[in-house]
Design a protein around this ligand. Structure first.
Ligand code: ADP
Ligand code: MG
Length: 323
C-alpha cells in the first residue's frame, strides 16, 4: 500500500515555481517583502485518528493550534495569523452548548499567548474535523529547513520525547501505566508545547530543523533524505521522562521513544563549534537541549543501543496509510 509520503510524492509534489520553498518542509516559504518571507503550513486533526470523540474540548482547541505553531517553530518563524476550518457534527452543535465555548477558549488561550490572530476559516457540518492553516514571518533567507544538515553536525533534540505515545498506548490499553504515571505523561499528549522561541533562536546556530510530529526516526529521516546525509544516534542519549525510562525494557516503550510521535519537540542539527552556544541557549530558555548523535557518511539512520548494536524497529513513525 502507498504511504502518506508516497501519495504526496506521486500525486502532489511539484517543483516550486514562484514560492521560495514549496512542498517538502514543515512550511512553505513565500517572499513577502525584500526582507521578509511568509512561512505557511496546515495541519488537520481528525476525530478517531488524532483524538478521541470524548476529548476535552478546551484541550482540543489548544492542541489544534499547538501542532500548527510547532511547524512555525521548526522553520524558525514567528507565528502571526491563523485560519480555522471546522467540520462539526450537527448533534454536537445541538446537544453540547459548552463544547464550542470550551474549544474556542482553548484555541484562543494559546493564540493570545503567542499574539497570533485568527483571521478566517470555514464552518461546515459533518464528522468532527479541525483544520488549521498558519502563517508566520521569518527574515528572508534565514528560515530553518530540513535540507541543511551537513556531515559532522551534532543532532540535538529539545525537551524529552515518548510520553505522548506512552499515554496514547495506555488509552488504547496496549500498556498499563499507574495513575500517577499517566497523569505525568498525559499533558504531552493533550496540551503539547510548541518550541516557538527556541526555533527563532536557533537561526544562525542550526543547519537544519524539523518538529517531531510523526516520531523521531521518521522525522530525523526527513532531515536526512532532504539533506542527502546519514546519521548515527544513541538510544541512551535520547532524553525521556522517568516514567518512560521505567518501561524501556518493553519493546512498546522503545517504539514510543523512537517512533511514537505527537511530541512536538524540535530535532535540529548544528555544527560542533556551536555546542557551547546551544548549551547556553538551553540554560537561558530553560529548555533541555540534548545531543543524541551526529551526521555521518553513509546511508540512512542507525540507532545504537548501549553496546553499540543497531536497533531495528517494525515502524519508524506514524503513517496514516501504513498497515
Ligand atoms: P508536517 O508533519 O510537518 O506537518 P507532513 O509530513 O505532513 O509535514 O508533510 C510533508 C510535506 O508535504 C509538507 O511540506 C506538506 O506541506 C506537504 N504536503 C502534505 N500533504 C500534501 C498535499 N496533499 N498536497 C501538497 N503538499 C502536501
Ligand atoms: Mg512538522
Amino acid at each position: 500500500m502507498c504511504s502518506e509520503f508516497d501519495i504526496i510524492r506521486r500525486y502532489f509534489k511539484r517543483p516550486a515555481t514562484s514560492a521560495v520553498l514549496g512542498i517538502g518542509d514543515d512550511a512553505a516559504l513565500i517572499a513577502s517583502t525584500s526582507q521578509t518571507e511568509l512561512a505557511i503550513s496546515t495541519d488537520t486533526l481528525v476525530c478517531g485518528k488524532h483524538f478521541f470523540a470524548d476529548a476535552d474540548p478546551f484541550k482540543l482547541g489548544y492542541k489544534s493550534l499547538a501542532v500548527n505553531l510547532s511547524d512555525m517553530a521548526a522553520m524558525g518563524a514567528k507565528p502571526r495569523w491563523v485560519l480555522l476550518a471546522l467540520t462539526l457534527p450537527e448533534e454536537l452543535v445541538k446537544h453540547s452548548e459548552t463544547w464550542l465555548s470550551e474549544f474556542s477558549a482553548g484555541f484562543f488561550a494559546l493564540a493570545q499567548q503567542h499574539h497570533v490572530e485568527l483571521i478566517g476559516g470555514d464552518t461546515t457540518s459533518g464528522p468532527l474535523n479541525i483544520g488549521v492553516q498558519i502563517v508566520g514571518e521569518v527574515d528572508a533567507g534565514k528560515a530553518l529547513r530540513r535540507s541543511g544538515a551537513q556531515l559532522g553536525d551534532d543532532i540535538w533534540i529539545s525537551g524529552q520525547i515518548g510520553d505522548a505515545a506512552l499515554a496514547l498506548n495506555h488509552e488504547l490499553r496496549r500498556i498499563t501505566l499507574q495513575s500517577s504515571e499517566l497523569e505525568q505523561c498525559l499533558p504531552a499528549l493533550l496540551t503539547p508545547t510548541a518550541r516557538i522561541e527556541l526555533g527563532q533562536r536557533l537561526i544562525g546556530l542550526a543547519h537544519s530543523a524539523i518538529d517531531i510530529s510523526d516520531g523521531l526516526m521518521a522525522d530525523l529521516g526527513h532531515i536526512l533524505t532532504n539533506s542527502e546525509q546519514a546519521a548515527c544516534i544513541h538510544i541512551a542519549a535520547i532524553p525521556s521522562s522517568p516514567t518512560l525510562k521505567r518501561y524501556l525494557h518493553q519493546s512498546l516503550a522503545i517504539q514510543c521513544l523512537l517512533a511514537g510521535g505527537d511530541d512536538y519537540e524540535l530535532c535540529f542539527t548544528a555544527p560542533k563549534m556551536n555546542r557551547g552556544k546551544i548549551e547556553a541557549l538551553a540554560i537561558e530558555l530553560a529548555i533541555p537541549l540534548t545531543c543524541i548523535g551526529e551526521i555521518v557518511s553513509g546511508k540512512g539512520l542507525v540507532v545504537q543501543d548501549a553496546e553499540g548494536n543497531a536497533i531495528t524497529l517494525e515502524t519508524k513513525g506514524y503513517d496514516h496509510f501504513s498497515a
